[in-house]
Design a binder for this molecule. Structure first.
Ligand code: NAP
Length: 255
């Protein structure tokens, strides 16, 4: 399927590693220009070099940005849009991955996942209105089920990400801007969250692996494929959706 994402200008938060790193590569494969960020300068420098080799016909521009810092984040959005001449797609991928049920984790989760998404969206909307572009938030099935991460901030904040993104979809639809959420299930990346749990908490890893009806966890490419589809005009009437990529992990039926 031809997605028509060539020359589109895309922003991905947390684009050096894990799911965000794979999303960045998926857009570059489609010929898009990708601005991506993370907090670690050395990773930005190394990934820029590698992406220039792997995708000589596309443009990947990294920046050291902490999405929990509102002014850094909105300046990066504006600078990226000015540099590349606009914005077509924004992917809010970063999470504090804050699971413990303590005040510091709740604060981190709110500041990074929710306020980070709000700041990103508010800075990007003027550009997306011009391009009739779209926003994709990466939430989690933990936002729609009280799973092993409960009680704690991770699930509730992801639920708020789904809700806020659906609200954006309603607000922005008359202006031709779409907004959707993708909720991954267990996605195995090495190094990553699940490879760390496999090493340090093998019992938890086994119990969570056993819950997957497909007998395996997902691959980051399987999330990235859904992202590029939703970002493209092939999904031109899809807005306000929460698209699960979980291999039927969730038992609940989503109405
Ligand atoms: N992995 C899963 O099984 C799974 C399942 C459901 C949902 N998700 C969701 O998918 C998204 C990505 O998860 P992941 O597992 O791929 O995470 P990850 O492997 O930890 O990668 C996170 C990326 O974000 C960057 N990052 C983290 N905090 C940042 C911040 N404050 N500012 C800027 N960049 C930041 C990291 O680089 P630096 O550390 O250098 O900043 C890295 O590039 C998250 O929203 C997560 O909740 C993941």
């Amino acid at each position: 399927m031809h997605l028509g994402l060539e020359k589109k200008i895309v922003l991905v938060t947390g684009g050096t590693k894990g799911i965000g790193g794979t999303i960045t590569r998926a857009f570059l494969e489609e010929g898009a220009t990708v601005h991506y960020c993370s907090r670690t300068k050395a990773d930005i420098e190394a990934s820029e070099k590698q992406l220039a080799i792997d995708f000589p016909d596309a443009r990947a521009i990294g920046a050291t940005v902490d999405v929990s810092d509102q002014s850094q984040l909105s300046e990066w959005v504006k600078a990226s849009a000015e540099q590349s001449g606009g914005l077509d797609v924004v992917v809010a991928n970063v999470s504090a991955l804050a699971i413990p049920d303590d005040v510091e984790s709740w604060r981190n989760a709110f500041q990074t996942d929710l306020l980070g998404l709000h700041t990103l969206a508010q800075a990007a909307i003027p550009y997306l209105e011009k391009s009739k572009g779209n926003i994709i938030s990466i939430a989690s099935v933990s936002g729609i089920s009280a799973d092993f991460t409960s009680p704690g901030p991770y699930g509730p904040v992801k639920a708020a990400v789904i809700h806020y993104t659906a609200s954006l979809a309603r607000q922005l639809a008359p202006k031709g801007v779409r907004a959707n959420t993708i909720s991954p299930g267990n996605i195995y990346v090495d190094p990553g969250v699940w490879s760390g749990i496999e090493k340090n908490m093998p019992d938890l890893f086994k119990s969570q692996m056993d819950l997957n009806p497909m007998g395996r966890m997902g691959k980051p490419e399987e999330v990235a494929n859904a992202v590029v589809f939703l970002a493209s005009d092939r999904a031109s009437f899809v807005s306000g959706s929460n698209f699960k990529v979980d291999g039927a992990l969730c038992e609940g039926v989503q109405f």
